[in-house]
Unconditional design. Structure first.
Length: 298
């Protein structure tokens, strides 16, 4: 494997492992009583500080032309606010490992959207992959013994809301670019715009998280997950531009696998045979849906 092929793959692996860790970290914050827009606001603020520092070091200004501002708003909504709200609501009830399995649906949603947007061609084998992914979802929802509580099955669809938004975002960036901005600049602008949106909502909803001490493990989880989110998200956007949306979507393999492992390590979660079967079905679906990306040609 040439260095040109190897480097994007290594970046994808590292980003996926870091992204997978954000799921149990978010669960820690949720278990402590922190909620949706309160967590999302600080996630965006911390991300903006981190990415802003990188931009200062690089001496790159933030683009403020109308098209860039529109892209900041779109990425803030579709890439963070909407999917994270759904994920945090799901995390109130579902184990973090189930959320990780939900992330594996990103390529399976990416493909039909790419077809609709004219970015991909139809292939029967990849349609079979979508079917395997559906089997995985059914294995989570239908058997009473699949989840710690059968009532959790009602919340499983929430775990698959975020992949829909991530898939749309990936295809949008692949087709329309980033309005002349780089991945770090795009995410910085989106973080600032998103924080402005989330602040009043967090205050009105009563889910504001005070930045004042004393600090707990939950606060550390919010800070660490926010930093990982900013860095992995910028990396994901870079991968889309470097190797295409379908190759970048393969990060879901690593996010799902590492998310389940991180959840077992950090939260002590364990899963039934149905959950492991669902994970296997989702991975089969991923393998069939995702073509072998021609990274060297990008």
């Amino acid at each position: 494997m040439t260095q040109r092929r190897l480097f994007p793959l290594m970046v994808l692996l590292m980003a996926g492992m870091a992204w997978g860790a954000t799921l149990p970290l978010a669960k820690i914050a949720i278990n402590a009583g922190y909620r949706n827009f309160g967590v999302i606001f600080w996630q965006l603020v911390i991300g903006a500080v981190l990415l802003g520092a990188i931009q200062l070091i690089r001496r790159r200004p933030l683009s403020l032309h109308p098209k860039a501002l529109l892209f900041y708003l779109l990425i803030a909504l579709v890439g963070t606010i909407f999917p994270n709200y759904a994920s945090f609501q799901a995390a109130i009830v579902l184990p973090a490992g189930i959320l990780a399995i939900g992330i594996s649906a990103v390529p399976m949603v990416t493909y039909p959207l790419a077809l609709a947007m004219g970015l991909e061609r139809f292939q029967a084998l990849r349609l079979m992959g979508l079917g395997a992914g559906m089997v995985g979802v059914l294995l989570l929802i239908l058997p009473d013994a699949s989840l710690p509580s059968p009532a959790m099955a009602l919340f499983v669809p929430l775990a698959f809301v975020a992949p829909i938004f991530y898939a749309f975002e990936g295809n949008f960036v692949a087709k329309y670019g980033t309005a002349g901005t780089g991945p770090i600049e795009l995410l910085l602008g989106a973080s600032i715009v998103g924080a402005v949106i989330c602040l009043p909502i967090a205050l009105v909803m009563g889910v504001w998280i005070s930045p004042l001490p004393p600090y707990t493990i939950a606060d550390g989880a919010v800070v660490l997950s926010s930093m990982l989110h900013a860095l992995t998200y910028a990396t994901y956007v870079w991968l889309i531009g470097r190797a295409g949306s379908v190759f970048a979507a393969q990060v879901a393999y690593v996010v799902t696998g590492s998310g389940v492992i991180w959840s077992m390590i950090l939260l002590g979660e364990s899963y039934s045979g149905f959950v492991w079967a669902a994970l296997g079905a989702m991975f089969i679906g991923l393998f069939l849906v995702t073509p072998r990306a021609k990274v060297a040609q990008q």
